[in-house]
Write a protein that binds this ligand. Structure first.
Ligand SMILES: Cc1cc2nc3c(=O)[nH]c(=O)nc-3n(C[C@H](O)[C@H](O)[C@H](O)COP(=O)(O)OP(=O)(O)OC[C@H]3O[C@@H](n4cnc5c(N)ncnc54)[C@H](O)[C@@H]3O)c2cc1C
Length: 616
């Protein structure tokens, strides 16, 4: 068994920033990660990081844009913290060596991004995330923080009191990809989950194969609610054949969208008369699909993104990476022809419910980054707002898990363990319907329903034993269903029915198919007999996580019968503030999901953000 004060699961932007902070606070910190840190998906971030750095801009404008972008489903205290802390945390990155692009006078460049009232997206070419990872990893190496590379975390070691608010996390169980052994990692102070998003629940996504929602599913099974999972961002400019992202930076620099008839449809068809291509992502994605659905798409599938008029000098200076992506994945030369683009799954706005210090309802368990929902993005994330979230809330989670008091910064959000005022809702369709039961009720608690065991060591040993047994069961099974078949059924259902446009019938169909995936999973087997580098085994674990996460996305979407941000519903195409100004929370409760709601916090430090009609 390995032992540290703080264990950070995941080494993307959020995990690295959290580890640095925990180390600064004096903790013995270690990172456990299934990928080498610089291979984390943060490396794919192209466009930039939002921070109010310039004269004429201020944190209040950033907060206002973020609240409006969230379609009034973000919590004001968390949004204000993001906007206030982002400038200092971005400057810290610069001091650590982040090679931000610069103007001729030497000041850091900032570009316009969708939904922003000021050009506040700071960037390093079109490779911002790549540089961010390298800069943060350098700091981790410099501090001598231990990194357990290519260790796949399978489960959390959490006690199993009946009320999740009484539970404690003592560590994690992980599989060493290189040796095939399963070991426990004890955390004396806390575990921080920073495992990124669940994009692989969809088959057309900008997310890497590693984005499988592992941390969200593990926290969920340990009793922590997942918040606002129905809000999935579909990015308007992904390459049709692969889902590879063409950064919003292209539109930020002046790129234009055209339909098959050569119309600049964002203006000519009235989707966003003021901001056009730089409207918020949900608005542009719906506009593109409407063009395609109404017969004005190119090849009935996509639209064109044209940047030729920017000139080769500017493109090569600021968007060179985009040229390579278009050429390599679509065979298109962006200097001489427009690029084909269509919406694709990009970001999960919801996640593990946390307060502003990353704390969950389980003692000793924290979360930060895309896997978490501190509630800054609400129903729609603004481009460039995920990277500041990683550094602002990653840092806070790291300090807090190490036991450092953040003084006045320690403001709680609406996170509450008291559910008296919160409404619980009947599920419209239950996992038991159609004769399909959840995978196993014994999966409901991270320790596998083992009962109370004295002390963290014993609990961890027990959790390790349970995972070793699970591995043996999976490996020894002679034949069964392949994880890849289950995963592809799941991805097809999600992409078909839980996409940009949603309706009750499709959502119910998707939910039924997700439940069928659960049933199929009971027969899953691992074909690869090797004990080392067994990606078959790892992906079998990941597929189980995707099933759990996909179910919460779909359930939340089915019950929320309104149109807000990225969540459009055929049956009710208006935002319904009277009934739906509230967060969805889904808990794994006694072997099945239960759903309940908590009001959105619109009161900031000095003002209340009154919901307004959201137009661009
Ligand atoms: C193509 C693309 C471009 C983007 N561009 C921008 C942008 O310009 N600006 C912006 O603000 N946002 C952008 N985003 C969003 C943003 O980049 C991501 O939300 C963010 O980087 C996620 O960071 P993270 O640290 O939460 O997760 P990740 O960077 O995905 O890291 C997750 C880590 O968890 C580890 N992990 C996962 N599961 C396990 C497990 N079971 N066991 C052990 N380790 C595990 C992985 O190894 C990895 O180290 C973009 C997203 C994409 C997909």
């Amino acid at each position: 068994m390995y032992e540290h004060d703080v264990i950070v699961v995941g080494a993307g932007g959020a995990g690295l920033r959290a580890a640095i902070a925990a180390h600064e606070a004096g903790a013995d910190v270690a990172m456990v990660t299934k990928l080498h840190p610089v291979r984390s998906h943060t490396g794919a971030a192209e466009g930039g990081i939002n921070a109010a750095l310039r004269e004429g801009d201020d944190w209040e404008l950033h907060a206002y844009d973020t609240m409006k972008g969230s379609d009034y489903l973000g919590d004001a205290p968390a949004i204000e913290t993001l906007a206030k802390d982002a400038p200092e945390d971005t400057i810290t990155l610069e001091h650590w060596g982040m090679p931000f692009s610069r103007e001729d006078d030497g000041t850091v460049s900032q570009r316009p991004f969708g939904g922003l009232s000021f050009p506040r997206t700071t960037y390093a070419g079109a490779e911002t995330g790549h540089h961010l990872l390298h800069v943060l990893y350098e700091q981790v190496v410099k501090r001598g923080i231990q990194v357990y590379n290519e260790w796949f975390v399978m489960n959390l070691a959490v006690t199993d009191e009946p009320d999740p608010n009484d539970r404690t996390c003592h560590g994690v169980v992980a599989y060493d990809v290189q040796s095939g052994t399963v070991e426990g990692f004890k955390a004396n102070n806390g575990v921080i989950i920073a495992t990124g998003g669940p994009g692989q629940a969809f088959d057309h996504t900008t997310n890497a194969v590693s984005c499988t929602g592992d941390g969200q599913a593990m926290a969920y099974r340990a009793g922590v609610p997942l918040e606002d999972m129905e809000f999935v961002q579909f990015h308007p400019t992904t390459l049709p054949s692969t889902g590879v992202l063409i950064s919003e930076g292209v539109r930020g620099e002046g790129g234009i969208l055209y339909n098959e008839d050569g119309e600049r449809f964002m203006f000519e068809h009235g989707y966003a008369n003021n901001d056009g291509e730089l409207a918020s992502r949900d608005v542009v994605s719906r506009a593109e699909l409407t063009e395609v659905n109404e017969g004005r798409g190119v090849n009935d599938e996509y639209v064109h993104l044209d940047m030729r008029h920017l000139g080769s000098e500017r493109i090569l200076d600021r968007l060179e990476n985009i040229l390579h992506l278009a050429e390599d994945f679509e065979g298109v030369d962006g200097l001489v022809e427009p690029m084909p683009v269509k919406p694709g799954q990009h970001y999960e706005m919801g996640g593990i419910e946390t307060d502003e210090n990353g704390k969950t309802c389980v003692d000793g368990l924290y979360a930060a980054g895309e896997c978490a929902c501190v509630s800054v993005h609400g129903a729609n994330r603004l481009g460039g707002n995920a990277l500041p979230e990683l550094v602002v809330f990653g840092k806070r989670a790291g300090y807090h898990a190490a036991g450092k008091d953040l003084g006045e910064a320690e403001i709680e959000t609406g996170y509450s363990t008291d559910v008296e005022d919160e409404t619980e809702t009947e599920l419209p369709i239950t996992p038991g319907e159609a004769g399909i039961e959840p995978v196993s009720t014994s999966e409901s608690v991270a320790t596998d329903g083992s009962g109370q065991v004295a002390g963290g060591d014993a609990l961890l040993e027990q959790a390790v034993g349970a995972e070793r047994e699970r591995v043996e069961r999976l490996m020894e099974k002679e034949s069964g269903t392949k994880h890849a078949d289950i995963r592809s059924k799941l991805q097809n259902a999600m992409t078909r029915d839980v996409n940009v446009f949603r309706e009750e019938e499709g959502l119910k169909r998707a939910l039924k198919e997700i439940q069928e995936c659960r049933e199929l999973y009971q027969d899953v087997s691992v074909e690869d007999p090797s004990r080392t580098f067994n990606t078959d085994l790892q992906m079998t674990y990941e597929t189980r996580n995707l099933i759990d996460v996909a179910e919460t996305i779909t359930l939340g979407a089915l019950v929320r019968n309104e149109f807000r941000g990225a969540h459009w519903r055929l049956e009710n195409q208006i935002r319904d503030d009277e009934n739906w100004l509230k967060h969805t929370l889904i808990s794994w409760n006694g072997g099945k999901p239960s759903i309940w709601y908590r009001p959105v916090i619109l009161e900031g430090e000095d003002k209340t953000y009154e919901p307004k009609v959201r137009s661009y």
